[in-house]
Design a protein around this ligand. Structure first.
Ligand code: HEM
Ligand code: HEM
Length: 174
């Protein structure tokens, strides 16, 4: 298997980025919903610390992924796919990247405007502003639901290709 992408195939690096993000989100999304239902305790602080560290790791992972995308070709979709489908696939991928950035950045800003400092690669602290913290937490929640909808659409497209068009597009990324 080739390491980098070609114009027709995803390479190992892109595949690793894709499935690493998938596994991280598989843990992170349920952990977020679990976290909000916990009463204030040492255990909640422990879970929140894991959520923040994993969330910031996902943020850097997405940044690396986008950087890598700029210096590497994105494989073209199979020629059998009509142009409307290609536009939908590209829009879905673009929206997934934007939503991943908005989930991670809003979570970070919520914590920072709460007056807490974040330490990941470098330390940041902002002056507390609870209205802004609430605003970014709303963005965090809406971005999460958008992300869940986009992932569902993304997986649904793979199933539709398999069932209706008898095409296994999953093998492009595995
Ligand atoms: C957490 C969930 C997921 C996210 C955020 C995600 C995100 C993405 C993104 C952004 C791309 C475009 C890569 C690029 O060219 O830049 C992509 C490609 C792809 N993903 Fe996912 N994905 C997820 C889960 C899945 C799952 C569960 C499947 C399979 C059922 C899947 C199947 C694919 C396939 C087949 C492609 C390649 C599409 C093509 O042929 O161009 N993904 N994914
Ligand atoms: C892709 C990354 C992330 C995902 C998928 C995610 C997901 C979630 C979800 C689903 C919730 C529950 C929302 C609700 O229904 O109320 C949540 C809460 C929370 N998230 Fe995230 N999150 C991510 C990244 C981050 C980051 C980077 C931070 C901070 C640096 C963060 C901080 C928080 C906090 C503090 C809460 C709980 C707030 C509270 O109850 O006071 N999240 N997250």
């Amino acid at each position: 298997m080739q390491l980098t992408n070609s114009i027709s195939e995803y390479g190992l690096v892109s595949k690793l980025f894709h499935w690493l993000t998938f596994v991280a989100l598989l843990i992170q999304i349920p952990m977020g919903f679990y976290l909000v239902d916990l009463d204030y305790s040492d255990y909640r602080i422990f879970i929140e610390d894991i959520h923040v560290t994993l969330g910031l790791s996902i943020f850097y992972l997405v940044l690396f992924r986008l950087l890598y995308k700029f210096i590497n070709p994105t494989p073209a979709l199979p020629p059998a796919i009509f142009s409307g489908q290609k536009i939908i696939a590209k829009l879905n991928h673009f929206a997934l990247y934007i939503t991943l950035l908005s989930v991670t950045i809003s979570g970070t800003l919520k914590k920072l405007f709460n007056g807490e400092s974040l330490n990941f690669l470098f330390k940041i602290k902002l002056k507390s502003d609870f209205d802004k913290a609430d605003f970014f937490y709303d963005i965090h929640i809406y971005s999460n639901y958008t992300l869940i909808a986009l992932i569902s659409l993304h997986v649904f497209a793979v199933i539709i290709h398999r069932v209706l068009f008898k095409e296994n597009i999953l093998k492009r990324i595995t």
